[in-house]
Every structure is written in structure tokens, then in C-alpha cells.
Write a protein that binds this ligand. Sequence first.
Ligand code: WT7
Length: 664
Amino acid sequence: MSAPSSAIQSTLVENRVFEPSDATVKAARISGMDAYNALCAEAEQDFEGFWGKRAREVLTWHKPFTKVLDESNKPFYKWFEDGELNASFNCLDRHMGTPVENKTAIIFEADDGAVTKVTYKELLAKVSQFANALKARGVKKGDRVVIYMPMTIEGVVAMQACARIGATHSVVFGGFSAKALQERIQDAGAVAVITANYQMRGGKELPLKAIVDEGIAMGGCESIKTVIVFQRTQTAVNMVAGRDITMADAMAGQSTDCPAEMVGAEHPLFVLYTSGSTGKPKGVQHSTGGYLLWANLTMNWTFDLKDSDVFWCTADIGWITGHSYVAYGPLAAGATQIVFEGVPTYPNAGRFWQMIEKHKCTIFYTAPTAIRSLIKAADTDEKVHPKNWDLSSLRILGSVGEPINPEAWMWYYKHVGGERCPIVDTFWQTETGGHMITPLPGATPLVPGSCTLPLPGIMTAIVDETGNDVANGAGGILVVKKPWPSMIRTIWGDPERFKKSYFPEELKGYYLAGDGAVRSADRGYFRITGRIDDVLNVSGHRMGTMEIESALVAKSDLVAEAAVVGRPDDLTGEAIVAFVVLKRPLPTGDEAKAIANELRNWVGKEIGPIAKPKDIRFGENLPKTRSGKIMRRLLRSIAKGETITQDTSTLENPAILDQLAKTN
Ligand code: WT7
């Protein structure tokens, strides 16, 4: 384990505390710290009993489980294994014949502002009809289906329909490139792709189907038998005869009744690719029972969901947040939710606030990077400041994806929440399936910048490099000491990598989150200090530095060597900086600019626009030790623009540090 000490040092002291109001505490599901502590104690005393009870309460089982947790093959934990259920049944059918049946499930607002609403009953009919269409196209239980769709009702329908027939979906974010899509199709061995002709974002029509065609044409995707295309816009796209069909044609004539296929609790509901510390993304495999239990329960606990709430999570379905808190959690919990197609800055940076007012949103869940960009916009243009809208419907705010800096927290609290709404700063990961460390709105006193305390049943701790607990106030490695129901089950097709990445031997079998953290001396509150591995967090999205390096060196006519590091960025949290050695003399001036642009576009094509380096620096070499190891710590300093004060005597050629310090 190599944890750079800088990543785990505590540098920030925050003294402000915001207690929940008496009224909030009184009305909350988990009411006050005593109630929270009682739940934690219940989980401590009878771990399996605690989870078994919740799984019976929160989910509808077709066949009840007899055993809660199987630990016989660590770390391949199994939860509720002999139980049977269906995730889509639990999100839709279960509400039929209850008052939720005719409640609005989704308020969809398109990029252009057009609003479409569906009730739970209507959504069930759509999902069933599309599930029948999938079956008619030969998709069956156990198959993998790649979904490459915009934020739409149809995107949620596609995910739910897969779940309904027991097919394992793998959603690929619409911002990923043809190459990234191809790699995921291949790795998952998918039989079908569900996509849209185009997506609308910020008034622009952006292609999806053409990228699917390009990805499949790259080869190795022979497993794909069918491509289903949702026609989001009127523009025609190329359709391959025999392989491609529109969503409307596929659904035509299909029954709106499709009994849900019951699956074992451990059946893989989905595989979602995320970046790790190697060049190859990891297919994080999630279960059906344990995953859905936690998606539903955290809706109720973290967001204190009430029947009358209008919930809005702004995350895309291409990320885990869009799985747990758009496609599954809110539906399992019977909530009304907003699904938004567009971007926060179109037609102007007041869009979020305008939509909160218009739909009377009560719970708003977004990312710090979005908040920071909207603060900046409001600072430069009064007209898009949240004060211009009536946000009094809001009662709870949420934050996710990266640490929220206290300044952004305060602005969010004051100008969006009207100093009335608790902010739940939810720490979790693709691998954890749902929230891990977060305040509870009706219990936890809030400290800006801290995700506070673990949820009941979640055994997080901070340890040193040998797995021993560190004292509060001292930084260390964030681990989870016991398994939990919604945890990652394996890396698709690579169980060895799963074991190595998440359960390193020296950590006593604890789950390694990959983040550094520190607990406050007074309250024991957690504060996440950032990744301790080679993973960056750019606008709340995870990017592996090795993945970007592999993409750069794949441009083999130009690039000899590349090293990628992060540097702090006011808006995006971290920004990507690439240091590149070319297979030609060191470029300068316009030539350097042109090559940097070419490489940026290349990375955009290899991975996706989100992976494009902000800065590219050229050198005749990289700073290396005598044994040839790249000194990333030096690169990080250069990227930040710091003067190098560290000992550079071991470097082959210290002069390259000056070369690398030049921006293009
Ligand atoms: C990484 C996971 C969780 C869904 C979105 C990102 C960082 C996430 C917080 C938070 C501090 C956070 C961590 C984590 N992170 N939430 N509230 N405070 N850091 O999922 O792409 O799997 O990334 O995001 O570094 O390990 P992801």
C-alpha cells in the first residue's frame, strides 16, 4: 500500500455546527441522535439479525431467504442467497393496488423544457411492454445488455426492463467514446445495445447511434445480435438491416403485461464500469437483493423520504448515482422524482433553481462541482442567482461525488436551502452501491465539509497501513470492517483483481475504499481527504491516471511516454495534467499547442471528452529515479506550479523539470 502522506494529512479545521431544528427532528424517520445510536447498537449486537429484519421489511420476496450472510468464501460474500425476488417487481408491481399506483413516478423535463409525466401504473405498462420486446429480440435471463442512452424516461424503462427479465444491464455514460463503448461491450459479452438516435444537451443534438455503429465496427463485438434505437429526435440515422430496430417498432404489438422473472438474490442486476488504478476499467458487479435493499433503505434514511416529497437527483443514469438514486431507489421507495435531460447551464445557469420552483422539488441531490459552477455564474450574473426563484418547497439538500468545500457548503445552505434545509453530504462509491457515510437530516448536527458518521450497519474505520485503527485527529486509510448488503460482488470476469483491489491482505480482510480520511477529535466525524491511489476525481467523476496514460501512448506515432497526475481545480475539484515525451524533438510555440490539441482530441476519442487533459506539458524525458520509477510527487508539484524544494539529486536529468513546467 502506498499512501502519500500528503493525501492523508488533516489540514482543515471547521468549527461551525448546524443542529437540526426541533421540528425536523420530530418529523424524521430516524428522529434524533438517540434513534441513530440505537440503530447502530442493534447492528453491533446482532449484525445478521439487523440486516435480515431490514431485508424482510423493505423488499418483497417471491421466496423468502433462510440465511442472511454467507461468509464461507471471503471476500466473495453472499447475502440472502437462497431468497428469490425481482428488482423491477419491487420498484413497480409492488405498488399496484396501493395509493402509489396512480402517483406520478417520473416528472421528465426535456432539454427544451417540455414536461412529460408518468404514473407508476403507466411506467409498469411501458417497462413490461419493452421487456416483452427484449424477449422477442432473443434477450433472456443472464444475458448482458449495454445501455447507451440519454437521461429520459426511456433510459429508466430500458434499465427496468432488463431487470424485469433477469438480463444484466451495463449502462455506459453517453459521454464515453466509441472505443470505450466497444471495450465495455466486449468485456461484458453483451448481446444487445439499447441506445437513442441522438441526445439533446444544451440545445444541441448530439449523436449516440452513430457512436454505437462506430464502436461495433471496431471489431470484437460479434456477441451483439440486436441494437434497439429510441428515437429521441426526428433526425434519421443509419439502421443495419436485421440487427437494428427502433424502440417503437420493437414495442409495437407487444403486450403491456410481462410477469417479472424471479431471480436469486445474488443474481447480477448490473455491471457498471469504473476507473481503477490500471489502464483497464473495472466492471463492478452488483447483486439484486442486497443492492436494492440498500437503495431503498437509504432513500428512506438519508433523504428521510415522505409520501409527498418531490425528489430530484441530478446524476446521469450512466453513473452509480443515477442507478441507485434515479433508476432504482426512488422507484422502490414509491417516490415522485424529477428526471432532467439537459445541463445546469442551459438556457442559463438558473435552470436548476427554475426547475425546483416549477416542480416544487422538496429534496435536491447534486454534485459539488455543479454547485461551484453555479456559484460562479451567480457571482457574475445576478439574474441567475437562486434568490430570483421561490425555493421554499425545498426541505433537504444533498451532495455527492467529491468532498464539498466549506465555502460551497455555506453558499448551498444559505442561498439554496434558505438556512432551513439540512445538507446530507453523502460519501459512497460505485463499489458500495449506496450511501456509506452521511448525516441523517433529522438527527446529525452538520459540520460543513464533513460527511459526518456512517449509516447504521456500516462499519467504517480509519486505519494505518497494517490495518490498525488510528486515533481520531490522525489521518489514515478509509476501510469498511464488515461486509454490507449492497457491496460490490466481484469485478466482472476478474475475481482475482477484485480480491487484490479491495481486500489487500495487509488490511486484515477489510474493504479498502481507496480514500484517505480523518475523524475529528471532538465528534469522531469523518472527513474524506481524497484518493490515495492513482485515481482522480474530475467533476465528481472517477478517472484512472493509468487509463489516460494508456490512451496517450496508444498514439504510438507520436507519443513515447506519458505520465498523468491531478492538480486541484476550483471548479472541477481536480484537473488532469499530462506530461508527455514525444517521439520527435521537443516542440515549442504553435507546434507545441497544435500537438497538445491533437493529443487532447485523441484522448477524447479513446475514452471520452471527460478524460481530456486540461494541461499537456512536453519534455525530453520524465523525472525518474535511477531504477526507472517515475517520480509522480515531483510531477504533482510541477502541475500545481510549485517550485521544487524536494531533493532531486537522484534524477538522471534535473533540467527536464524546467521543460515540463511550461504550459502549452
Ligand atoms: C469516489 C467514488 C458516489 C457516487 C459518485 C462517485 C469520492 C464520493 C464523496 C463525498 C468526499 C466523495 C471518493 C470516492 N466521493 N462522494 N461525499 N465526499 N468524497 O462515485 O465514481 O465511484 O467515485 O468519489 O473519492 O472514492 P465514484
